[in-house]
Write a protein that binds this ligand. Structure first.
Ligand SMILES: [Zn+2]
Length: 179
């Protein structure tokens, strides 16, 4: 698939995020583009793989390095739906990614200017060019919808749990007689 511009890159990353959503994972997706072509894809799989490091960017960097036969991704652009965390920003520096484009900012864990600024840190030996906020609304809405759904599920579970506690099959009179 040809990726002509940043919006197309983030749209491809959004499709990856959809894969996370289908697995009931926090929906974050990433693609890495080289010469206009996607060479690596990743979506958040922390729960499925039971691995705290299974973030979309880490998986995409691994896939792109495999596809290109080398760990230096200086000629590549990484597109991700959510501002990278400190682990992923660190991996972006290590992989020497030339450019990073993200969708929604992450005020709680973002390490590309929100909480930390790993990509802009002048004491590090590599700095990736950064473009923030491409299709930020769509990227953020996907996450908000996921957390809304999850809160509803937790509420439903709590309600079901309350009913289970009452043991609907049991005869209340029987309970009383045991007291
Ligand atoms: Zn991360």
């Amino acid at each position: 698939m040809i990726v002509p511009d940043d919006e197309a890159g983030i749209r491809a990353a959004l499709r990856e995020a959809g894969e996370s959503l289908r697995k009931d994972e926090v929906p974050v997706g990433c693609v890495i583009v080289h010469d206009g072509l996607i060479v690596g894809r990743g979506h958040n799989q922390v729960e499925s793989l039971k691995d705290a490091t299974a973030h979309a960017e880490i998986l995409a960097i691994g896939a792109a390095s495999n596809a290109l036969g080398g760990w230096r991704l200086s000629d590549c652009t990484l597109y991700v739906t959510l501002e990278p965390c400190s682990m992923c920003a660190g991996a972006i520096v290590l992989a020497r990614l030339g450019r990073v484009v993200y969708g929604a900012a992450d005020p709680k864990a973002g390490a590309c200017g929100s909480v930390l600024d790993v990509l802009g840190e002048r004491r590090l030996n590599h700095r990736a060019e950064l473009t923030a906020g491409v299709l930020a609304g769509e990227c953020g809405e996907l996450l908000r919808e996921f957390f809304r759904r999850r809160r509803r599920a937790v509420l439903r579970l709590a309600e079901a749990g309350g009913l289970a506690g009452d043991e609907p099959g049991a005869d209340p009179a029987g309970g009383d007689s045991g007291a």
